[in-house]
Design a protein around this ligand. Structure first.
Ligand SMILES: *Cc1c(COP(=O)(O)O)cnc(C)c1O
Length: 395
């Protein structure tokens, strides 16, 4: 069996009942903190924040914010106002940036929770300015400048016009100017250089305002990308930031599925929907209690889905010291593994097979599904039992 954590450490739990759940997530907060510390070292002298959007990439926003705040992180990035409100409870004194900005219905919530909206259009700047004009005060905000992603952000011309017009500048208080890299996971891509140059040309017009460009991959790109503050997300959670480079991060999430049955199936029989996989030998099949509704994508199937025709190999699980391949299609609540190679009685119903974690890299599973670790982590869903290694305060 996989050893995750040592029994001496306290374990906080969350989610579904441990005895009943089909799947189990073990989240190693020590590894998370070690990853943040390593990224902070790489980023220095720039400061290092943490991106905790989408429930901290599926790891549990409150637990993650508490652990990182305790480690010294005091800048957090969320996507949505409600994520910001949750982060605020866990870190009362931190700067919490709302990446998706504000709209008329959300501005009051953002203001009342002392969140810092990342404004990325002239309309948003006006909305924030008018909200505070009525109430007296100029609350901090961040400005997002588009340098080539073409998704969010003021154009460079809009940002410079704002910076150079004292009457407009006076209506809000930007404390951060930021942009986002489109291709940092491919360090050789020419757009990286262009975005760094474009961003530098804007930053010089915002003296005294912190500047931030780098996501996880940007941290690895090097100092010219770091500016004053880096904003790693995926690397904190153990994911691969740079495509094709060795991943130096510690795995944070171990995802396991409970074995319900081990059945002997004769050579020539088929397994799962569509009868896509015909067994070439008598096979021991472990049927496990999670599936695509638990974020174990259908595209991980052993055969019979379109992705397989593209030549990506099926996913593997890990159990009894061995990699075991997925057999046939992944179904909604069940997935089958070929455990024929295991020694007799190595696994029993009730045991767990690791879907990804220390023995099966998150990103290898993601590749087998034709996707990325980000999507795998953020689609795990609500049916898992969750254990948090290392003591956790509740909020
Ligand atoms: C999600 C996000 C990040 C973090 O990116 P990673 O690749 O996960 O490190 C940083 N900045 C912005 C604007 C984001 O949307």
């Amino acid at each position: 069996m996989n050893k995750v954590g040592s029994p001496s450490r306290k374990v906080a739990t969350d989610g579904a009942d441990a005895r009943l759940a089909g799947g189990r997530l073990t989240i190693d907060l020590d590894a998370l903190v070690a990853n943040w510390t390593a990224l902070a070292k790489l980023s220095a002298p720039a400061k290092t924040g943490a991106v905790v959007k989408s429930d901290a990439y599926g790891c549990g926003l409150a637990h993650v914010v508490l652990a990182l705040a305790e480690a010294g992180c005091d800048r957090f990035f969320v996507a949505l106002p409600e994520e910001g409100v949750m982060a605020r409870k866990a870190a009362p004194a931190a700067e919490i940036f709302v990446l998706n900005g504000i709209f008329p219905q959300s501005v009051a919530t953002v203001a009342e929770a002392r969140l810092i909206p990342v404004l990325s259009s002239v309309e948003e700047i006006i909305l924030w300015a008018e909200y505070w004009q009525k109430r007296g005060g100029r609350r901090p905000c961040a400005l997002h400048v588009d340098t080539g992603m073409n998704r969010m952000g003021l154009s460079i011309e809009e940002a410079l016009a704002f910076a150079r017009d004292p009457t407009r500048r006076d209506t809000i208080t930007p404390i951060l100017v930021m942009s986002h890299l489109a291709c940092a996971d491919e360090p050789a891509h020419p757009l990286n250089r262009q975005q760094i140059d474009r961003f530098s040309s804007v930053v010089s017009d915002f003296p005294g305002v912190e500047a931030s460009l780098a996501n996880s991959a940007g941290v690895f790109f090097g100092p010219e990308c770091h500016f004053d503050l880096t904003r790693p997300g995926i690397a904190l959670y153990g994911g691969e930031a740079v495509v094709g480079a060795p991943n130096p991060m510690r795995p944070v999430v171990t995802c396991e599925s409970r074995i319900l049955q081990i059945r002997r199936v004769a050579a020539g029989e088929t397994v799962s929907y569509g009868a896509t996989q015909t067994l070439e030998r008598d096979t021991l099949v472990a049927t496990c209690s999670s599936g695509y509704s638990d974020g174990y994508h259908r595209a991980l199937s052993g055969s019979g889905v379109d992705q397989r025709k593209l030549g990506t190999p099926a996913a593997f699980g890990f159990v009894g010291g061995k990699q075991v391949p997925v057999l046939g299609r992944v179904t909604m609540d069940l997935v089958m593994f070929d455990v024929t190679e295991l020694v007799d009685d190595a696994v029993q119903p009730g045991d767990h097979i690791q879907l990804f974690g220390p023995d099966i890299a998150l990103d290898d599973v993601a590749r087998a599904a034709g996707t990325i670790g980000y999507e795998l982590l953020t689609s795990l869903g609500q049916r898992y039992h969750r254990r948090y290694l290392q003591p956790v305060r509740t909020v």
